[in-house]
Design a protein around this ligand. Sequence first.
Ligand code: HEM
Length: 312
Amino acid sequence: MAGQLPLRAICDLLDVPPGDRRRLLDMASSALGSDSEHGLRQDSWVSRGEILLYFCDLAAQRRVDPGDDIVSLLTRIRVQGAPLSGEEVILNCYSLILGGDETTRLALVGGVAALLDNPAQWAAYQAGDVATGTAVEEVLRWTTPTLHAGRTAGQDLTLHGHHIRAGDVVTLWNASANRDERAFDEPDAFRLDRTPNRHLSFAYGSHFCLGAFLARAEIGAVLEDLRERVAEMAPAQRLYSNFLGAWPRCRSPGGPGDDATAAVRPPGRRVDSRCRRRPSATRRRSRARARPAARPPHRLAGAARRGRWPPR
Ligand code: HEM
């Protein structure tokens, strides 16, 4: 889901044809990182080049056949009377696809990992003790998907005893700023109700993230959906097999079937009593729609959703 939601949102805005999206996700992922510690630097350069070439072609198409999308808009727009150069159009698309896809995806994955590591925080969020907006900010601070940014110093200055000369290239570590004990109480604690939370995950100043509102909306939507639909979360457990390599099941400690219970359940099958005391309006509506007549065994949950359980 983390791979799909941000990708679809930004690809819808750019009107990237559905058939190209998977390839773009792969290119965007390998442009900025690698799944392997031995990942080759040249692979990421190739991916970046391919993304640029992809948008070069897409922009050329949109110039002749414009639509109601951001790529077409960039080819038509005028800034102080002048159109954007071809390079500016392509580089804007490049920033949008990398910014719009990778960062939010990693915030979502990292956010769920943090909830797994901090079950009390997940319980508090499930119970409705924490507002989604506040939780989103803590997920952003905690994960800091964009670890650093580069800047060129515009003037000589001294910062915390370090002398920086005009023209020096400086690396700003957002990840470090987000754990600054002078700015955050207990910076190494994941606290969903943290306020104030003046994190720098979206940077600061003139290059403040263009997609901050979209990213916040996406992370908030996923958190609310998790709260709505997921009773328990547990780390994926590797299959015991010397033939198949997979993570097919989630442990659900204490739950029915224990080792074989998937963590995702249909709405209305929550086990946390605090959640039952404080259901949200959306949850009440979805429970009214989806409450099953009888509690089916879990593997029949799909059948229940399709109205085929209990059998008549
Ligand atoms: C959790 C999600 C996100 C994080 C952590 C994030 C982080 C950042 C950061 C740190 C910067 C500043 C880079 C710099 O200082 O050089 C930035 C800029 C930018 N972001 Fe995001 N971003 C996120 C989501 C998005 C989304 C969803 C979009 C697209 C809709 C987007 C598009 C951009 C663009 C175009 C810029 C360049 C802005 C400029 O240079 O003026 N970002 N982002």
